[in-house]
Design a protein around this ligand. Structure first.
Ligand code: ATP
Length: 203
């Protein structure tokens, strides 16, 4: 059976830690495919995101050259809140595979706040990034619920989209945090140049 990983996020913008996580998942879980799922309307984030078209274009540029990386735009096209469990229901109704949901540790710790999380746990094996040898900590709720989990070893990477947006808004260099093609896209389209507070949900 095909082994498919799913990597969701706002990818605003996609950066080197996303790529490191995606490559680590490919290798460690021996995936046939890793699908990148940019979120349409991330319901837990209050700030304004770059447009769906810009985030889609940047993910496309970021994953270029790795044939096992696939962009799945279904959440971008969906109106209303974007719930991972809805995406899983859709995917699993159409395709037989072994499914892995790839997550950073921050999202794993927060998983009990996700829509229909117990159903989500039944549908996938979680693949959680962690420093080699250190078990990531879930919330008590998730720890108590039956779930399949694998650890994906990943060195700690001090990169986040928030940091990138803040640097750009402040006119500082950020280009070592994203692939060159993504940096060129950001510059060409003048993304993230607004006031940093506005970029973080306090307009
Ligand atoms: P933001 O700073 O805007 O909140 P982000 O950089 O955390 O964004 P997301 O698009 O929200 O990026 O994250 C997508 C996935 O990548 C999540 O599972 C997140 O945990 C993971 N991720 C992001 N940055 C890192 C990192 N430095 N190390 C490991 N995983 C990461």
């Amino acid at each position: 059976m095909k082994r498919i990983g799913l990597l969701g996020g706002s990818f605003d913008p996609p950066h080197h830690a996303h790529l490191a996580l995606a490559h680590a998942a490919l290798e460690h879980l021996q995936l046939d495919e890793l699908r990148w799922l940019p979120a349409g309307d991330p319901w837990q984030k209050t700030r304004r995101l770059a447009s769906a078209a810009d985030r889609e274009a940047m993910v496309r540029l970021a994953i270029e050259g790795e044939p096992r990386f696939v962009l799945d735009d279904r959440e971008l096209r969906r109106s209303g809140a974007s719930y991972t469990v809805d995406t899983l229901r859709e995917l699993q109704a159409g395709e037989q595979a072994e499914w892995f949901l790839v997550l950073g540790q921050d999202q794993y710790a927060n998983l009990h706040t996700w829509h229909d999380w117990p159903e989500l746990l039944r549908r996938v094996t979680l693949a959680v990034a962690a420093r080699a040898g250190i078990e990531p900590a879930p919330s008590e709720l998730v720890a108590a619920a039956p779930h399949r989990m694998q650890v994906v070893p990943l060195p700690p990477l001090a990169v986040s989209a928030t940091e990138i947006r803040e640097r750009i808004a402040a006119g500082r260099d950020y280009t070592d945090m994203v692939p060159d093609a993504v940096a060129r896209y950001i510059d060409r389209h003048h993304l993230y140049r607004g006031h940093p507070q506005e970029l973080n949900g306090h307009p």
